[in-house]
Design a binder for this molecule. Structure first.
Ligand code: FES
Length: 402
């Protein structure tokens, strides 16, 4: 069904770029359907870095520390200067808001053409750690008087630490506030194996493979890299590692090249064990094995941000690879505004609006070793918010408008 919707409307997408460049959406038209794009966000300016780090380090869904209310802010303030330096080196801020807005505009233009019955569609950016915050997006969409809300995670692969944290923030927003009964809510919390997502990653890899001389091209090692996760979370049953692996497998299936590939993990923080092998150590180890031609493919990010522009481009491609004696290393671009990626977003949402479940049973089931009351409450909240019929569900006593 997913790809069939895309095929049915495949003539829509080539027209989008022109439509976007010439368009400023009619801001006076009342939107009918809100597409809420969840992501962690990144500081647009260096002034936002301290607050951004503070919010991350005090978010227990994202990271668990002993005496977090004290240790979290302490770590955040100790890291602020170093992180400001990194943002300065990539031009003074994260481009994630710019990319998310571009993707949102192109996505809603596609949806307006594909699904006139739910148009006009409007995107709302809901970031977790920098403005525009999750609660601002929900305040605005209520003010706009939308009839339908699709909560759409921009992390294709689900993790309780990322998408789970953003979803908990929405649950927090409605904890002391009435859920509007005139809005129909639903959510897309994962789309790791979507064929068009695999296709855009394959295209991004091909762009870089072509930069290698023909004599070595088929032997270039394709190194998929994703943000690592503490092993504690993996042992709890977080689905992120296997969802990332599913995207890798789907991408290699589409790519159809003889090259070897591996999945490695980046951006570990703190002393506890995380998923390995780490990207930097893998680059050094491959260099020792004599593999001197590599492509790094950020497989869990849909747009550029600090982990691609600084960690991969500057720290690994410019500095580490040079020191390790790598002959050529390229970094595949994030999907950003690639037309196939916009098609992927549009197909995911259009399929959902055309009959997908309001909330998936996969989301409603908890990790086998989850002991978090917050997770339990969140699942119950979404059963209620998305009007799922579940005879086992006993709603808690919270304010819901009659
Ligand atoms: Fe995964 Fe609670 S930690 S559901």
């Amino acid at each position: 069904m997913l790809v069939s919707l895309y095929r049915k409307h495949s003539l829509v997408l080539p027209r989008l770029t022109a439509a976007f460049s010439s368009s400023v959406k009619d801001t006076h038209t009342k939107p009918k359907t809100a597409i809420v794009m969840l992501n962690m966000g990144g500081p647009e300016t260096t002034d936002q870095v301290a607050g951004y780090l503070h919010r991350i380090m005090t978010d227990r869904d994202m990271i668990q520390l002993p005496v977090q209310s004290k240790l979290g802010p302490w770590i955040a303030s100790r890291r602020t200067a170093e992180v400001i330096k990194k943002y300065t080196e990539i031009g003074g801020g994260s481009p994630i808001l710019k990319w998310t807005n571009t993707q949102g505009r192109l996505l809603t233009q596609a949806l307006d053409q594909m699904l006139p019955e739910s148009a006009p569609h409007k995107h709302y950016v809901a970031f977790r750690y920098v403005p525009p915050y999750t609660e601002e997006a929900f305040e605005q969409l209520e003010k706009d008087g939308v009839e339908r809300v699709v909560i759409f995670s921009q992390y294709p692969q689900y993790s309780c630490a990322t998408t789970g944290s953003s979803l908990n923030a929405i649950a927090d927003f409605y904890r002391n506030r009435e859920i509007p009964q005139n809005i129909k809510f639903s959510m897309i919390e994962r789309w790791a194996s979507h064929p068009l997502l695999a296709k855009v990653f394959a295209e991004r890899i091909k762009e870089k493979l072509e930069r290698f001389d023909r004599s070595v091209r088929d032997d270039v090692l394709i190194m998929f890299t994703a943000h690592s996760l503490p092993l504690k979370a993996v042992s709890r049953g977080d689905t992120y590692p296997h969802e990332v692996a599913a995207t890798v497998a789907a991408t290699m299936n589409v790519l159809k090249v003889p090259n070897p590939h591996r999945l490695v993990w980046q951006s570990k923080v703190g002393p506890l064990p995380w998923l390995q092998p780490y990207t930097d150590e893998a680059i050094k180890a491959y260099a020792k094995q004599g593999r001197k031609h590599l492509i790094l493919v950020p497989i869990a990010f849909v747009n550029e941000h600090i982990e691609t522009l600084h960690e991969l481009d500057i720290e690994y491609c410019d500095e580490l690879a040079h020191e390790a004696g790598i002959v050529q290393i390229e970094r595949a671009s994030a999907p950003n505004d690639h037309p196939i990626f916009i098609a992927a977003l549009a197909d995911v949402v259009a399929s959902h609006l055309s009959g997908g479940p309001a909330v998936s049973k996969q989301f409603l089931s908890r990790c086998p070793h989850c002991v978090s009351e917050r997770c339990k409450m969140s699942k119950e909240f979404y059963r209620k918010l998305c009007h799922t019929i579940d005879t086992d569900f006993k709603p808690e006593k919270t304010a819901v408008r009659a």
